[in-house]
Design a protein. Structure first.
Lengths: 179, 195
C-alpha cells in the first residue's frame, strides 16, 4: 500500500505527459462541426457573373445525389493550394463539386475561377456578412462538406484538400454514401 | 551693417544655449528622464482603454440594444483568433458574427435566442464560458472535487499526528522494572566513560 503511494506521482506524471503529447498533435483550428448529420441550411445563393443565371446554389440543389460543397474565395490563399486537386477530381467525375464564393466580390470570384480553372457544377455567392457560411458553421476557407443524397451534411473537412485527405478520408465516405 | 549686429545680439541666447547645452533649460538628468519615460509608458499601458474591434457602422442605433450586443459579443469566441471574443477581434468572421448578432437582436431575439443561434452553428466551443452540462461536468466540478480530496488528505494527516501526540502516557514503571533499569544503567555507563 505504502509502495503504491510512492508510485502515484509517477503515474500522475505519465497520464499528464500522455495527455499533453496528444494535445500537441491536435490542430486547434479543427473544431468539430455541430452540423454533422443535420440537413443543409436553408439558402438560395445567386450565381457568379458569367456562369449562367441558373448556376447559383440553393438547398434543393443538394438533394438527390451525394455532393461536395467547397467554401472558397478569391482572397483565400490556401484555396489556390487545393484547387488543382479539385480540378482533378472534377475530371474523374466521382462526385459533383459545388462552390460557395465566400465574402468575396462576385466579379473577383469569377475572375479567380477563370484563372485557376472552374471545378464547380454550381457556385453561389455569399457576400459579407456571409450568412450562408455562418449557417454552415464555417470558420475559414477552404472548407468542404460532404452532403448525402437526402441533403444531410455527413462530413466537414477544414483546410485544403490534399490527395492524402481525399483518398484516405473523403473518398471512402463519398463511396459509402453513394451506395 | 546695423541689422547684423542687432541680429547677433538677438541670437546671443541661442548661442549661449548651444554652448551650455540643454541643461541650462532645466532639462532633466538622464536618470530623471528615464524615470519620466517609465512613468509615461506605464501611464499609457495602465490608462489605455481596451480597443474594441466594433466599428461605428456596425453599431445599433438603440443604445440598449447595442449594449445587449456588446454583452453577448464579449462571451462569443472568435473562431479565427480563438482566444479573443468577437468584440475584441478584427477578423472578418468576427465582424460577420457581430453583424449577425445585431441582426438577430434587431429582429427581436432574446439574448438566449441569439446565443442559441450561434451555438447551433458553431457548437458550445463558440461560448467563451462553457455551459454547465453532462459533458462539461468534469470541467466545472473537477477542481472542487480535487480540492476536497486534497483537504481530506491534509485533514487525515494532521488528525493522525494529533492522535499520536495525544496517546495516553505509558504506565509508571513497577518496582521490579526500576531495579532492572538501575542495574542496566550501572552496567553500561562506566563502560562508556572508560572509552
Amino acid at each position: 500500500m505504502r509502495r503504491a503511494l510512492f508510485l502515484l506521482p509517477v503515474i500522475v506524471f505519465g497520464v499528464m505527459a500522455a495527455l499533453f503529447v496528444k494535445g500537441l498533435t491536435m490542430d486547434p483550428k479543427v473544431i468539430p462541426s455541430v452540423l454533422i448529420n443535420r440537413p443543409v441550411p436553408e439558402m438560395s445563393l445567386a450565381a457568379l457573373p458569367g456562369r449562367g443565371e441558373n448556376s447559383g446554389l440553393a438547398t434543393k440543389d443538394l438533394k438527390g445525389r451525394v455532393s461536395l460543397v467547397n467554401i472558397y474565395g478569391s482572397w483565400c490563399i490556401a484555396c489556390v493550394q487545393e484547387h488543382p486537386y479539385l480540378m482533378e477530381y472534377k475530371k474523374q467525375g466521382i462526385v459533383p463539386i459545388h462552390g460557395i464564393d465566400w465574402r468575396d466580390d462576385p466579379a473577383l470570384g469569377a475572375a479567380w475561377l477563370k484563372k485557376h480553372g472552374d471545378p464547380y457544377e454550381r457556385v453561389g455567392v455569399d457576400p459579407a456578412p456571409g450568412r450562408a457560411a455562418v449557417d454552415f458553421g464555417v470558420t475559414g476557407a477552404p472548407e468542404s462538406f460532404i452532403v448525402d443524397k437526402d441533403g444531410i451534411i455527413r462530413y466537414k473537412h477544414i483546410g485544403p484538400i490534399s490527395p492524402e485527405v481525399w483518398t484516405k478520408t473523403l473518398l471512402p465516405i463519398i463511396r459509402e454514401l453513394q451506395k | 551693417m546695423r541689422w547684423l549686429s542687432l541680429s547677433r545680439r538677438a541670437l546671443a541666447p541661442l548661442a549661449w544655449l548651444s554652448r551650455h547645452g540643454a541643461r541650462a533649460l532645466n532639462a532633466p538628468t538622464p536618470r530623471a528622464l528615464g524615470a519620466r519615460r517609465l512613468f509615461m509608458a506605464s501611464a499609457i499601458i495602465l490608462f489605455a482603454a481596451p480597443a474594441l474591434a466594433v466599428n461605428p457602422d456596425e453599431m445599433l442605433k438603440d443604445p440598449a440594444q447595442e449594449h445587449r450586443a456588446r454583452e453577448l459579443g464579449k462571451d462569443l469566441r472568435c473562431l479565427v483568433c480563438q482566444n479573443q471574443s468577437i468584440d475584441d477581434s478584427d477578423a472578418d468572421l468576427a465582424k460577420d458574427l457581430r453583424v449577425i448578432v445585431r441582426e438577430r437582436i434587431s429582429a427581436g431575439d432574446s439574448d438566449d435566442q441569439v446565443r442559441k443561434f450561434v451555438v447551433d452553428r458553431y457548437g458550445d466551443y463558440v461560448l467563451l464560458k462553457p455551459p454547465f452540462k453532462g459533458t462539461t461536468l468534469v470541467l466545472w466540478v473537477g477542481p472542487f472535487v480535487l480540492f476536497a480530496v486534497a483537504l481530506a488528505v491534509v485533514f487525515g494527516f494532521y488528525r493522525r499526528r494529533a492522535g499520536a501526540a495525544a496517546a495516553p502516557p505509558p504506565p509508571p514503571l513497577s518496582a521490579d522494572e526500576k531495579r532492572r533499569l538501575e542495574k542496566l544503567l550501572k552496567e553500561t555507563l562506566p563502560k562508556e566513560k572508560g572509552k
